[in-house]
Design a protein around this ligand. Structure first.
Ligand code: NDP
Length: 448
């Protein structure tokens, strides 16, 4: 039985994890042929099993005095090349399979950044939406009360993800500091005046745009004047739009889980400021954008539709920046039919296997999440360095390092794909380059 069948039989409910493993296993077949030592050391079997899974109860009290219990997780997936590193997700859909897929992807992504970071991921099935600040604070404190004993600046350094932004990182850090009696860089995405790095909030979105620009450049194209479809309206989506506007791109869509906006004239700086205030300060819904700007059209989610109409507009570039499996086969077909040139994945695993096959067959430029959204964790790595040195670098320095890292990741993926006989297949390039680095480190360190 092959490794894929084995993990499916072992944990049949973890479908997202199976999907992530299948993709990597397919890509690395030629590597295992070339490196019998990886096979004899059973690296593949070891790399799909987390080093440690922590699951815990998170009890908290709402503003009315009622008690609730959520489930907290931390997956410490692989520490071959550095301390576990990866975000925390607070969303009602969170379960073990989703976090294992995210932690697995994170291992290879972190290897691609060239920074010394292992892979991990965590979170809870808690929904911060509609909760008061006090409720979110109580939840974060209870979550950290347990998590604190498992993490540390040289052991495991979490960050944000869906539902965990600057506010949540603040409450989590405050509790960690109180419990440990130490001010250390145990979380990234911290506030600027207490150890955070400039450009960390922007890094995932900016990085995804830099990666798209590199892919286009490889075919003699640019982002200038290109119409861009973006999904999501959170951290990644907002800074994707900001960088696109700066580089002359034209964002025309964005969304939340209730619906999406199509703005024919494009989102400009002033409109983006409105959206950021709406989402980050008032914690409102994207529908309000269409109430403010009459040229924009709001379309609510239709649960009976088998495709997402956001992906069915004429455009040159697509930046999925919401969540996993948000582009299915029909959506990918619509994108290709409407003339898309490049897809750069800000979200993790946003494209289903059927969607990926359509992108491969069409020959468009397709940048997978592991590579395209690695800017966030890269600047988290830079935040860890600044914390260790007790220094803060200026924004220009962090941004130019980010740009250089994204350029290098792009080159590594392109060269690796070419070397293994699949030119411009960035999926193979990212999976193989990430895998080889981690596998080699595991071999060097023996059977641990
Ligand atoms: P945020 O919580 O800031 O924003 C998430 C956005 O996606 C919101 O607009 C949210 O809508 C929407 N969304 C979330 N879940 C769903 C869903 N099931 N269906 C439809 N829409 C959904 O998260 P981020 O921007 O940080 O993360 C977005 C993606 O980017 C995730 O896949 C994350 O893993 C990935 N990522 C994030 C990094 C980071 O640095 N933050 C780094 C690398 C990857 P609503 O408000 O209605 O929930």
């Amino acid at each position: 039985m092959d490794i894929y069948e084995r993990i499916k039989n072992r944990d049949p409910n973890e479908t997202e994890f199976h999907q992530a493993v299948f993709e990597v296993v397919e890509s690395i077949k030629p590597v295992l042929e070339m490196h019998p030592e990886f096979r004899s050391a059973n690296i593949l079997e070891r790399i799909v099993e987390p080093e440690r899974v922590i699951m815990f109860r998170v009890p908290w009290m709402d503003d009315g005095g009622d008690i609730h219990v959520n489930r907290g997780f931390r997956i410490e997936m692989n520490s071959a090349i550095g301390p576990y590193k990866g975000g925390l997700r607070f969303h009602p859909s969170v379960n073990l399979g989703i976090l294992k897929f995210l932690a697995f992807e994170q291992v290879f992504k972190n290897a691609l950044t060239t920074l010394p970071m292992g892979g991990g991921k965590g979170g809870a099935d808690f929904d911060p939406k509609g909760k008061s600040n006090e409720e979110v604070q109580r939840f974060c404190q209870s979550f950290m009360l347990e998590l604190a004993r498992h993490i540390g600046p040289n052991t495991d350094v979490p960050a944000g993800d869906i539902g965990v932004g600057a506010r949540e990182i603040g409450y989590l850090f405050g509790m960690y500091k109180k419990i440990s009696n130490e001010f250390t860089g145990v979380l990234t995405g911290k506030g600027l005046n207490w150890g955070g790095s400039l450009i960390r909030p922007e890094a995932t979105g900016y990085g995804s745009v830099y990666f798209a620009a590199e892919m286009l450049n490889a075919r003699g194209e640019t982002l200038e004047g290109r119409r861009c479809l973006i999904s999501g309206s959170g951290n990644v989506a907002q800074y994707t739009m900001e960088k696109l506007i700066e580089l002359g791109g034209i964002p025309v869509t964005f969304s939340d889980s209730n619906g999406y906006i199509y703005d024919e004239k494009g989102v400009d700086r002033e409109k983006l400021d409105f959206l950021m205030e709406l989402k980050n300060i008032r914690r409102g819904r994207v529908r309000e954008y269409a109430e403010k700007y009459s040229e924009a059209v709001y379309t609510p989610v239709d649960p009976d539709l088998k495709y997402n109409p956001l992906w069915d507009h004429a455009a040159h570039c697509a930046f999925p920046s919401a969540t996993q499996n948000e582009i299915n086969g029909i959506d990918a077909g619509n994108l290709v039919k409407n003339g898309i040139l490049v897809v750069s994945e800000g979200a993790n695993m946003p494209t289903t296997p059927e969607g990926m096959n359509i992108f491969f067959d069409s020959g468009i430029l397709y940048g997978p999440a592991k590579a395209a959204n690695a800017g966030g964790v890269s600047v988290s790595g830079l935040e860890m360095s600044q914390n260790s040195m007790r220094l803060g670098w200026p924004a220009e320095e962090v941004d130019s390092r980010l740009k250089m890292i994204m350029k290098n990741i792009h080159k590594t993926c392109l060269d690796t794909a070419e070397y293994y006989g699949t030119p411009f297949n960035y999926v193979n390039g990212a999976n193989i380059a990430g895998f080889v680095k981690v596998a080699q480190a595991m071999l060097d360190q023996g059977l641990v």
